[in-house]
Design a protein around this ligand. Structure first.
Ligand SMILES: [Zn+2]
Length: 257
């Protein structure tokens, strides 16, 4: 063992500390690799892209209250969304598009069971009982145009939280202007004129084809009514208008290349 000067020892300690910091930084930015496999990296990749957009109302009283809820470990558990649009139309971004925000929770849409991994979540500052402000919808339309173009999300793939979680969620509710979105080219909406479906038409098959889970049919009908009929008397059944809407929607889906 050789004797070392105190200065040299301090230098070596500093170097070791610096090396540790550099190693930790490298580990933090390195992609996780599977120890089962030999790493033979390819440059041919890019970030994952979401394939669907989920709309919510905040069920709170101000954008500031929601910004707090979406950025803290609140009593109901941590939640977030990629975007929040204020009642005045101001757009806030809380999570980067390519990351997985915690907004959808449990649910299903078609074959997608992990909606948080597959989607962009947009919260709308609204208490659930008040009509949505036009400035807010104008900003939403602008944001939908940006997201569907930039991330290549199909313009039909825009749904409500209650569509993917019937019975558990009720947002964005029957006051949300889905028809106005459809006029601007967003979401799945029946094209007029509606027609009488053939006698062998199965409206439940059509509801499932659109994406609704039939685990709880009464809840699925409620979510479908909120989305496509707006404010109507509560009903647990599909009526003649529903059958015509579902027939038209299923024809549109089947005609999509
Ligand atoms: Zn929601």
């Amino acid at each position: 063992m050789s004797r070392q000067s105190p200065t040299l020892v301090r230098l070596m300690q500093r170097s070791a500390a610096l090396l540790l910091v550099l190693l930790l930084a490298a580990c933090a930015s390195a992609p996780p690799r599977n120890p089962l496999a030999t790493w033979v990296p390819s440059p041919n990749y890019d970030i994952r892209r979401p394939v669907i957009i989920v709309l919510h109302f905040t069920d709170q009283h101000s954008a500031q209250e929601s910004l707090d809820t979406l950025r803290t470990r609140n009593s109901g558990g941590p939640v977030s969304a990629h975007y929040l649009i204020g009642n005045d139309g101001h757009i806030y971004q809380l999570v980067a598009d390519q990351l997985r925000a915690w907004h959808a929770g449990g649910g299903r849409w078609g074959t997608i069971t992990d909606l948080n991994s597959a989607s962009i979540g947009i919260e709308l500052d609204n208490d659930g009982h008040t009509p949505f402000a036009q400035a807010q919808i104008d900003s939403l339309l602008q944001l939908l145009g940006d997201l569907t173009t930039r991330l290549h999300i199909p313009r039909t793939q825009i749904i409500g939280h209650e569509d993917l979680a019937p019975g558990r969620k009720n947002d964005p509710g029957p006051l949300f202007p889905w028809q106005q979105l459809a006029t601007a080219g967003f979401g799945l909406w029946p094209q007029a004129p509606l027609a009488e479906p053939p006698t062998d038409f199965d409206p439940w098959m059509a509801l499932a084809l659109i994406g609704y889970s039939l685990d709880n049919r009464v809840a699925a009908v409620q979510s479908f009514h909120d989305h496509y009929r707006g404010v109507i008397p509560a009903s647990e059944q599909l009526d003649e208008m529903d059958r015509q809407i579902l027939y038209q929607l299923s024809r549109q889906i089947e005609a999509t290349p």
